[in-house]
Ligand binder design. Sequence first.
Ligand SMILES: [Fe+2]
Ligand SMILES: [Fe+2]
Length: 256
Amino acid sequence: MNVVMLGDVFGRPGRRIAAQFLPELIETYQPILVMANGENAAGGFGLTKKVAEELFEMGIQVLTSGNHIWDQKEMYSLIAAEPRILRPANYPPQIPGASVYIHRCPEAVVAVVNLIGRVFMGDYDCPFRTADQILTALPEDVTHVIVDFHAEATSEKIALARYLDGRIAALLGTHTHVQTADEQLLPKGTAYITDVGMCGPIDSVLGVEPETVINKFLTQLPTRFSVAKGPACLCGVVVSLNKTGGAEGIFRLNLQ
Ligand SMILES: [Fe+2]
Ligand SMILES: [Fe+2]
């Protein structure tokens, strides 16, 4: 039972490389679920209805997100009406949007959960306690839980994965846009990777035109970022689920 997860889809280059490889990935791995982080899919900043629909048409069934999900104003109303677009659960409780998506298919009932980290991020609620609350409240028929933990610090990601080991099938890190080489099965059967990586332009700084980012560091002045041009890379993982709520394997996708 495979699940395909694509890292942060960045702008048009990210959407294009996802569209290019998804048919082949779906054919090869026959996933029961295809998911992606969509927080940068619209021009690098947030997500729009049109872009989300484009991603769903490619075969992506649920979009997780992170700090950039609020970049496009239309998301404030869209996210309240679209259960397939998640925002991190540990934002203040009054904001719109769901953070858990239940995917029911003949083989399994997979709960996709989105959380955000606090280290070098914002003043969010505790992701550890939020995860506990979510797991306690899941519908009884859920067989597997997959968490997209959108966070900066490696330590926080590994710590949450270890905290949830044996209670979830996978914890997949996002946000840094750089794929890490530490994919592994934790001792109690949870699949883990610190960062899935990005689907986006290769010659870039995390998807953005390098010149503008370098200029920002040099001058400290407000800078308008644009999506970098040139060839893109698809980063993702394939998680193989077992029959007892855990995972039996995880490997990386890095395609161009
Ligand atoms: Fe991102
Ligand atoms: Fe992010």
